[in-house]
Design a protein around this ligand. Structure first.
Ligand code: ZN
Length: 345
């Protein structure tokens, strides 16, 4: 679609194994070709990208700039190959590169980085051991190490490409260094995985005591809500005009999740892992048959919600046999009232 005189924005849908499709976006300014999130980088995905570029009249060598919304491999995986072939510069938020250096590159086959958090929250040793060698960060370390991260972005940076400007909006929550990209002239937001039209983005795992990723996510929703946006183009799914309703739905979804967590620990202490096994997920399988990585995402999501409640004094916590047990200390209706006050207003 033409977004300004001589500037075109095009969507390329790239097949990926788990979520089925990830969207890449091309911005063609006439002089410069930009790609945002070049997909997962598996051979089939690269072929699909090449074929679609060809249909639009481009090839990989034409790409000058590669902008990454966040470090997940379905978004960043293709960057290495594209950069190698085209010599394009890579742009990514500075926190995401810090994440890659301190967490992804530190992953080893013992899962050192996560082990303590997982163990102290009740994840069984056999699950941790299996996860150690299957975590996408561990499996794809080579991809991350071979990308040259040319341009480190921060919040509200302006990337100037020929005669147009792309603004960064730092939106942590789904990952620490997630960015959305805003095109001010056309009031478009490339929302990455921060706001998706038909699935609720996973909230990242809290790794340190001072982290509160769900709160980060709410702050990031607020930030996006302050911008005039006529249409958003997500990392998965179709473009949509109704961002404000979607933000409201996402906030309400998390309030229900927080209440669900509280209900699970009304009658006694549970670990975060136990809660994760009992929460209502959009996967039609019993917990024992969940794919391993889905167990990890479910645990991360549960942990983000539990920590949000605990930090606000809505859950109590005690350490028993080296695991944390959380317990409800507030009535459901009272909790609902307070959460709505904190999150919706
Ligand atoms: Zn993601």
């Amino acid at each position: 679609m033409k977004i300004e005189s001589n500037i075109y924005l095009l969507r390329v849908s790239i097949p990926i194994p788990a979520l089925k499709v990830v969207n890449s976006y091309l911005i063609d300014t006439g002089d410069d070709l930009v790609i945002i999130d070049p997909g997962i980088g598996l051979p089939d995905s690269i072929k699909s990208l090449e074929r679609q570029l060809d249909e639009y009249g481009y090839n990989i060598e034409d790409i000058r700039h590669i902008i990454i919304t966040h470090l997940h491999v379905d978004h960043i995986g293709g960057a290495y190959y594209l950069q190698k072939v085209s010599g394009a510069e890579v742009y990514i938020h500075e926190t995401e590169v810090q994440n890659i250096n301190e967490i992804v590159m530190a992953l080893d086959d013992t899962l050192t980085v996560y082990r303590e958090v997982l163990e102290s929250n009740g994840v069984p040793t056999e699950v941790i051991d299996m996860l150690a060698t299957h975590h996408p960060g561990f499996v794809n370390r080579k991809i991350y190490s071979e990308i040259k991260y040319d341009n480190l972005l921060s919040d509200r940076d302006r990337i100037r490409v020929s005669n147009t400007t792309i603004e960064t909006v730092w939106t942590p929550g789904h990952s620490r260094g997630h960015i959305c990209l805003y095109l001010p002239k056309t009031r478009m937001l490339l929302s990455g995985d921060h706001i998706l039209p038909s699935i609720t983005p996973n909230i990242r795992i809290p790794l340190r005591e001072d982290e509160d990723p769900l709160n980060e996510y709410f702050e990031s929703l607020k930030k996006v809500g302050e911008k005039p946006i006529d249409i958003y183009l997500p990392g998965h799914g179709d473009p949509s005009k109704d961002i404000f309703n979607r933000v409201d739905e996402l906030r309400r979804h998390h309030i229900e999740r927080l209440l669900e967590v509280n209900r699970l620990v009304l009658k006694g202490g549970k670990t975060i892992y136990e809660m994760a096994t009992k929460m209502d997920w959009d996967i039609d399988l019993p917990w024992k048959d969940f794919p391993l990585i889905q167990k990890f995402f479910a645990f991360s999501e549960a942990a983000a919600h539990v920590i949000y409640l605990y930090k606000r004094g809505y859950l109590s916590r005690e350490m028993t046999d080296q695991v944390y047990l959380y317990r409800s200390i507030i009535e459901e209706e009272e909790l609902r009232r307070r959460l709505e006050e904190d999150i919706l207003l």
